[in-house]
Design a protein around this ligand. Structure first.
Ligand SMILES: [Zn+2]
Ligand SMILES: [Zn+2]
Ligand SMILES: [Zn+2]
Ligand SMILES: [Zn+2]
Ligand SMILES: [Zn+2]
Ligand SMILES: [Zn+2]
Length: 435
């Protein structure tokens, strides 16, 4: 190649079909020296374009920019001026696998195994390998490996792996109709826990909510919706606390103070979960302490104890005092603070309930006195002595009474005739408190 003296023959080098495009000035000089002897044998006037075959390296096309003014014939002394060079388009992201085979191919995907830390390797459409459950590609040599060392088959979509760990078929749970995704064994057990009932194949989506104040977590035993036992402490319209079989059976033998503690801790846990609700069902779940009237009936139904309202109230007050004395620990899972907050909120309604209970109590007592009088008048002295007051609901006009089991038949009469007669004469509804 010569610098362009006046009269030099101007040419353009088209290297787009050349496989070994020079990367340096010396490379171009070497290339030109290989081209020039062949070039001086052609006649530019027969066509401006001359292709020179370089064998395995492809070909170079020389374009005479001004064929009419070129000297005839060209010879070794003819000066040439290279006015421009057309290079093959640069593939910025070339497939590393293809490059190994001497081919340059555009590679839209990255392979973390190829390349360096700063710049990941690339892989083309044809060489990219994708595992199930993920859009991360790799080349065939760098397919992710299961922790056991075998080639991985799929990314785990579970809560622990979050599609960031790949596993072999032996360490993935086979898919079922329920699981459209792949899960490793641990994630599957967490995502689809077994129901505690032996033989039940349903997923245990429900956790046992049994816990005591001061516990950092609840029982957590898993049950399917059908086998979860609900302790209805929030009234009929809200879903009660879910309990495992063991803890549900334990309620009956628990004393009222323990039951109040369970209600409080269970409700505090729900209230906490609502604040950081991860699912709409958590956010909707009831998280308030039941009113005293309900608590009183919970005792009657659960552990068969009939307490008056101030006694029920005192259980809450005692628990509140105990918790404030103990104070919250630094553990974030400690619910003491939440529990105290719930008790604070509950206090006003408790005062109201105790007062209303006292008022209705007096009214109820008067109904009971009249009931006893009627029984005595009809010669049922033993019943009159035995019947006792339990509760009175002024709004629904229901008097709850306690009658010893062995006298209940006589109190009700044949097909309830005695009670019906008493109800008619007193103008109230009479109910026997469940024993
Ligand atoms: Zn490739
Ligand atoms: Zn690779
Ligand atoms: Zn997993
Ligand atoms: Zn494996
Ligand atoms: Zn079940
Ligand atoms: Zn449990």
């Amino acid at each position: 190649m010569t610098t362009a003296p006046s009269g030099a023959v101007p040419v353009l080098l088209d290297l787009r079909a050349h496989r070994r495009v020079p990367t340096s000035a010396q490379g171009y000089i070497d290339l030109w020296q290989r081209l020039e002897p062949a070039l001086t044998t052609v006649d530019p006037r027969r066509g401006p374009r001359v292709s020179l075959d370089l064998g395995a390296e492809g070909e170079v096309t020389v374009l005479f920019l001004s064929p009419a003014t070129a000297p005839v014939p060209l010879d070794a002394a003819t000066p040439f001026a290279v006015r421009g060079i057309l290079e093959p388009p640069q593939v910025r992201y070339a497939c590393d696998t293809c490059r190994g085979e001497g081919v340059t191919t555009y590679a839209p995907f990255t392979c973390a195994g190829c390349g360096s830390d700063e710049r990941p390797g690339r892989v083309c459409d044809a060489h990219a390998v994708f595992l199930e459950g993920g859009l991360r590609a790799s080349c065939a040599r760098h397919v992710p490996v299961c922790p056991c060392g075998r080639t991985a088959h799929a990314w785990c979509a579970g809560p622990r792996c979050r599609s960031g760990r790949a596993w072999c078929p032996q360490h993935l749970v086979p898919r079922t109709a329920d699981t459209a995704l792949d899960y490793c064994l641990d994630c599957h057990a967490e995502r689809f826990p077994a129901c505690e009932r032996p033989g039940c194949t349903a997923t245990g989506h429900v956790r046992c909510e049994h816990r005591m104040p001061g516990d950092t977590k609840g029982c957590g035993q898993r049950m399917c919706a059908e086998h979860a036992m609900l302790w209805q402490i929030y009234g009929s319209r809200s879903r009660g606390l879910a309990l495992c079989g063991h803890h549900h059976r334990g309620l009956r033998a628990s004393d009222p103070a323990t039951l109040v503690a369970l209600m409080l801790a269970g409700t505090a846990a729900r209230s906490q979960a609502r604040r950081s609700a991860r699912s709409p069902s958590q956010a909707r779940r009831a998280a308030f302490l039941p009113r005293l009237g309900i608590v009183r009936h919970i005792f009657i139904n659960t552990c068969n104890q009939v307490l008056d309202m101030s006694t029920v109230d005192s259980l809450f007050v005692r628990l509140q005092r105990e918790l404030s004395r103990r104070g919250a620990s630094n553990d974030r899972r400690d619910l003491t603070e939440r529990a105290l907050h719930l008790l604070d909120q509950h206090a006003a309604s408790r005062r109201e309930d105790v007062q209303r209970f006292r008022d209705s109590h007096e009214e109820g007592r008067r109904h009971l006195d009249r009931l006893r009088t009627l029984l005595r008048q009809s010669g049922k002295q033993q019943l009159a002595d035995a019947v006792d007051f339990s509760d009175y609901r002024p709004r629904s006009n229901i008097l709850f009474v306690k009658v010893p089991k062995e006298l209940q038949g006589r109190f009700k009469g044949t097909r309830g005739a005695v009670v019906k007669e008493l109800e008619a004469r007193l103008g109230i509804t009479i109910k026997l408190e469940r024993e």
